[in-house]
Design a protein around this ligand. Structure first.
Ligand SMILES: Nc1ncnc2c1ncn2[C@@H]1O[C@H](COP(=O)(O)OP(=O)(O)OP(=O)(O)O)[C@@H](O)[C@H]1O
Ligand SMILES: [Mg+2]
Length: 398
């Protein structure tokens, strides 16, 4: 095969020939130049390495016996410093060990002197072809690794997104389950309330009649306690029915501060009896909201009730109303015993209670109503010094 050096489509390989025998150097140079290669020569290893560093040839043909450096060291240096330069070694005396050693050190070929011209050219052509394939392969390998890395990154990102979505779905499902629990509760309680309230009324009535006819103080006390328990049952039923939700009456201009005042008024007797300090702060008149005032009041009634239940020996109930960027925020703080860290989310689940007489529907109802108005309720802070609940919702301007 004769190489066509004039064809611009065929890149001309550049070759450095290194031999201290100038006769060989000239012969090889002549053969390769005639073949179309660009040839440079050196008679010792150091000059050769400088030349290689400058020209970065595709191929080096180098004698194993050089005056300044042994062929193996020179080969190692070239392969290490210029990995894209391939090396064909030749030598006058060839032993199998030397060949093995040279191939291990990265020689592409080994030629025993004297070599015939055709063999030399065939080997040179062959090594250059091999070099091209190997380098292309190496580039492909690098590209493959880069792509694999990219795919891995995408994969990880995708997994992260799937995980996020699954968690969101899980949260949504939990919420639906809780809403369903409340809905079932509403359905049951509406029916039950009616069934229970009638006999309850009779019990209350007959107990009152009994009490009027009894002189014995101890027995009167028992009947008073019975009446109190009847009241408690009635209270629970009322709250259950409230939790189930009634038909809503939306008003266009509800004042949150007034709603809070009226929720507070319900607790006036307890507040006074336990000497609880009330602090109601309202930075400016909050914007009116479009809401069912009874529903909003329910939020605060439940929060105040919890706060007061936490402070049987007295304390401070602080309410802070603020509004900014179209949202109204109300903080309700008490100086009660606080909520344990691991219960921070659980307390919003229906029927979760730590109270012997609790039903566990106060906070779920607060959350349900707040979310109905596109708002929410969270625990801003809690410690053994007290708890702050934060209710936020958008001010639907009238
Ligand atoms: N201000 C608070 N301080 C400390 N713990 C609280 C406070 N508010 C609520 N909790 C805790 O959250 C639980 C759930 O409250 P939630 O109002 O839902 O139910 P409950 O008060 O137990 O019963 P219910 O309100 O139905 O009578 C309470 O049992 C209590 O452990
Ligand atoms: Mg409660």
């Amino acid at each position: 095969m004769t190489r066509d050096a004039a064809d611009p489509a065929v890149p001309i390989a550049s070759i450095v020939v290194v031999d201290d025998d100038t006769a060989i150097l000239e012969l090889v140079s002549f053969l390769l130049t005639r073949r179309g290669y660009r040839v440079a020569t050196a008679t010792d290893a150091r000059t050769a390495i400088t030349l290689i560093a400058r020209q970065r040839p595709e191929l080096v043909l180098m004698d194993y016996m050089l005056p300044d450096l042994d062929g193996l060291s020179a080969l190692c240096t070239i392969r290490e410093q210029f990995p894209a330069t391939y090396v064909i070694m030749f030598s006058g005396q060839g032993s199998e060990e030397i060949v093995v050693e040279l191939m291990k050190a990265g020689a592409a070929e080994y030629l025993l002197k004297p070599f015939n011209n055709r063999t030399l050219l065939e080997r040179v052509d062959g090594v250059l072809r091999l070099r091209e394939i190997e380098l292309a392969n190496r580039a492909l390998q690098t590209e493959r690794e880069r792509l694999l890395l990219e795919i891995e990154t995408w994969n990880r990102e995708l997994q992260g997104r799937v995980r996020e979505k699954s968690e969101a779905l899980q949260r949504a499902q939990t919420e639906i389950a809780q809403t369903e629990k409340l809905a079932a509760l509403g359905y049951l309680s509406a029916g039950m309330a009616h069934e229970i309230r009638n006999p309850l009324n009779s019990i209350a009535l007959f107990t009152q009649l009994l009490r009027q006819g009894i002189e014995d103080e101890e027995q009167q006390d028992y009947l008073d306690k019975t009446l109190k328990e009847v009241d408690r049952i009635d209270g629970i039923i009322r709250r259950l029915v409230d939790a189930a939700g009634r038909s809503r009456t939306i008003q266009p201009d509800v004042q949150v501060d007034q709603v809070i005042q009226s929720a507070l008024a319900v607790f006036a007797p307890q507040i006074e009896a336990r000497r609880i300090t009330i602090s109601l702060q309202c930075a400016a008149t909050p914007p009116p909201v479009k809401a069912d005032p009874a529903e909003l009041e329910q939020i605060f009634t439940n929060l105040f009730l919890n706060a007061l239940e936490e402070m049987p020996q007295g304390g401070r109930l602080a309410i802070e109303i603020s509004s900014a960027s179209g949202r109204i925020m109300v903080r309700v703080s008490d100086t009660g015993g606080g909520i344990r860290e691991e219960l921070l989310e659980t307390v919003f689940e229906p029927f979760f209670t730590t109270k012997s007489r609790g039903t566990g529907i106060g906070l779920p109802v607060v959350r349900r109503i707040a979310r109905l108005y596109h708002g929410d309720v969270t625990i801003e802070k809690t410690s053994t010094q007290g708890t702050t609940f934060r209710v936020t919702f958008p001010a639907f301007l009238a």
